[in-house]
Write a protein that binds this ligand. Structure first.
Ligand code: ZN
Length: 501
C-alpha cells in the first residue's frame, strides 16, 4: 500500500502529465441482472474471435456443409451483446488481462494472471467457487497452463511462467485439467526436473496422455495432456490425422465427471487456437477451429438442456487479425468463390512450415501450397516463401505483421486477382490483436427478456458471480498508478514476451 500512497503524491505533483490519455474513463455502464442463481456455470471462451471469423464460418457452414452454425441459432434466440475489451493500460488487450477482467472483475495491466502490476494478487472466481465446494474444470486446445484458463484459477505475475503455473494447478486441485503442454509437466523438460505427472497421480488424479487413454479412464479427477505444446489445429487433426482428442471429446470427458459433484461445478472451456490461427493469418486453420468450437457448443447446450440448473456463458476475449472476407467482382458477385476455395485447404500454415523445413526447394514449396492450401503459387511468391524460410526476409514490410515467418507464408498466397478470386479471398490487416468489441452470449433457463447490450468485459465477472451467488470485490488499480509502476520498472513485475497470443 505504501507505494500507492507515494503514487498518489506523484499524481498531485503533476508527475504524470506526460502520460497518454486514459483508456478507462467514460465507458457507459449498463448493468444487466440475471435475476436467478444456477448450480453449475460453464464459461466457453472463443479466444481471438471476431465477428469477421463468425461471418466466414457462418457462410462456409451454410454454403459448403449445408447447415447453420449452432452459434448463429443461439445468437438469434438468446441474450447476447458486445463487450469492450481494453485492458487497464491499453486499448488492445491480450488474453491474460482479458481473462482477469472476466475472472476477477477488474482491469489489469497486460501480461499477468489475477494480479495487479504492484504484485497485489486478485481472487479469481473459480477459486471462490472452489471455496464454496464447487468442482472445477479447465479444458482447452492450448497448453492447459495458458493465459485464459490460468487466469480463472491462479495468480502469477507472468503468464509465460507455465512451468510454475503447472505446479500451481497441482496446489489448486481442480477436478479436471485437459489440454496441451507436456513440456511443463514432464520431469525432462521442467527447469526444476520435477515429475508433475507423478505428483498429480499421488494426489489421486488419473493421468492420461492420449485420446484412447482419455476414453478408457474412469478416474473421477483427471489430468489429460495430449501434446508437447498447444494441441494441433483442428484442420490438422481432421485432415492430417493427428491423434489427439478434439475439443468436443475433451468436453465430453469433463462433463460427466464434473456433474457428479453434489455442490455443482464451474468449467471453463476454451477454443484457444482461433487466436493463434489469426495471429499467423491462416484462414483455413481459423475456419476449422471455429467449426470445432461450434460442435462443442452444440454439445454444451445439450448438456444445459438436460441440466437446467446450468448457465452457459459464451464469450470472446478480443479479436485477432482479423481475417476478413472481402467483396470481389462486379456487384460483388464473385465474393462467394473466394469463400468456396477454403474447401481446398487441408492443413495449417504451421503444419506446412514443418513439411517445408528450413531449406525447401522451389518444387517443394509449389507442391505444398497446391496440396495443403489449394493454391497455385506464382514464381515470385515461391521465392517469397523460400526467402522467408532461408534468409528471414519477411513480407509484407509492416510492423503489424510480427508473427514470422508465418505471416509471410500467408502473404504469399494472398488474393491478387481483383475481379475473379482464384484463392480464398480473405485478407488480414495484421498478425496482432485488435481493439474491437467482441461477442457475449448467455444460454440457460430463465433468461427470457434479459438484454445485455454493450458491456465492459469486467461485467462478465458480475454475471458469473450472480449466477453462482458469489459476491466479492477485488481491489482496483487506477490506470495512472499502473502506468507509473510500469514506467518506474520497465522490466517490471510483468515481463511477458514481445508477442502475445
Ligand atoms: Zn486471447
Amino acid at each position: 500500500m505504501r507505494r500507492r500512497e507515494l503514487l498518489k503524491g506523484a499524481v498531485l505533483a503533476g508527475a504524470l502529465a506526460a502520460l497518454p490519455r486514459g483508456v478507462t474513463q467514460g465507458a457507459p455502464q449498463n448493468r444487466p441482472v440475471l435475476g436467478r442463481r444456477y448450480r453449475n456455470l460453464i464459461v466457453f471462451v472463443y479466444d481471438g474471435f471476431s465477428w469477421e471469423d463468425y461471418a466466414i464460418a457462418q457462410a462456409y457452414s451454410r454454403r459448403r456443409l449445408g447447415r447453420t452454425l449452432h452459434l448463429e441459432k443461439l445468437l438469434a434466440r438468446y441474450p447476447n451483446g458486445q463487450i469492450n475489451t481494453h485492458s487497464l493500460t491499453s486499448y488492445v488487450t491480450e488474453s491474460s488481462a482479458a481473462g482477469n477482467a472476466f475472472s476477477c472483475g477488474v482491469k489489469t495491466v497486460n501480461g499477468g494472471l489475477a494480479i495487479h502490476a504492484d504484485g497485489t494478487p486478485l481472487k479469481p472466481i473459480f477459486a471462490a467457487a472452489k471455496e464454496v465446494g464447487k468442482a472445477v474444470g479447465l479444458v482447452t486446445t492450448t497448453t492447459v497452463t495458458h493465459a485464459t484458463p490460468a487466469s480463472f484459477v491462479v495468480s502469477n505475475p507472468d503468464r509465460n511462467a507455465e512451468a510454475r503455473i503447472a505446479e500451481q494447478y497441482l496446489e489448486f486441485g481442480a477436478e479436471v485439467y485437459l489440454g496441451g503442454g507436456n513440456r511443463f509437466f514432464q520431469a525432462r523438460s521442467r527447469p526444476d526436473g520435477k515429475d508433475l505427472y507423478e505428483a498429480f497421480s499421488q494426489k489421486g488424479y488419473g493421468v492420461v496422455r492420449s485420446a484412447e487413454e482419455l476414453a478408457r479412464s474412469n478416474a473421477s479427477r483427471i489430468i489429460g495432456i495430449f501434446s508437447e505444446s498447444h494441441l494441433p489445429y483442428e484442420i490438422d487433426r481432421r485432415f492430417q490425422g493427428v491423434g489427439v482428442p478434439s475439443l468436443k471429446e475433451m468436453v465430453q470427458a469433463a462433463l460427466p465427471r464434473l456433474a457428479a459433484y453434489r455442490q455443482g461445478f464451474v468449467l471453463q472451456v476454451e477454443a484457444g487456437r482461433i487466436d493463434h490461427a489469426n495471429h499467423i493469418n491462416d484462414p483455413g486453420a481459423t475456419l476449422w477451429d471455429v467449426l470445432a468450437a461450434d460442435e462443442t457448443l452444440e454439445l454444451l447446450t445439450t448438456f444445459v438442456d438436460q441440466h437446467p440448473d446450468t448457465l452457459l456463458l459464451v464469450v470472446s476475449d478480443h479479436a485477432t487479425g482479423p481475417g476478413v472476407l472481402y467483396g470481389a467482382g462486379r456487384s460483388y458477385l464473385e465474393s462467394s468463390i473466394g469463400l468456396d476455395l477454403l474447401a481446398a485447404q487441408r492443413a495449417s500454415l504451421e503444419w506446412m512450415r514443418r513439411v517445408l523445413g528450413e531449406r525447401p526447394e522451389a518444387d517443394q514449396v509449389r507442391e505444398a501450397y497446391r496440396a495443403l492450401k489449394g493454391v497455385a503459387l506464382e514464381e515470385a511468391e515461391v521465392q517469397m516463401v523460400i526467402e522467408a524460410l532461408t534468409r528471414k526476409v519477411y513480407r509484407p514490410d509492416a510492423v503489424r505483421y510480427g508473427i514470422q515467418p508465418d505471416n509471410t507464408l500467408s502473404w504469399a498466397m494472398v488474393q491478387r486477382n481483383p475481379s475473379r478470386p482464384d484463392r480464398p479471398n480473405i485478407g488480414f490487416g495484421s498478425g496482432q490483436h485488435t481493439a474491437s468489441p467482441v461477442m457475449l452470449l448467455l444460454y440457460g433457463q430463465g433468461l427470457r427478456g434479459l438484454s445485455l447490450g454493450l458491456l465492459d468485459n469486467t461485467q462478465v465477472f458480475g454475471l458469473m458471480g450472480e449466477a453462482l451467488g458469489l459476491r466479492y470485490q477485488n481491489p482496483t488499480m487506477s490506470e495512472e498508478e499502473a502506468l507509473e509502476l510500469l514506467k518506474a520498472r520497465p522490466q517490471g513485475v510483468l515481463h511477458p514476451s514481445e508477442v502475445w497470443a
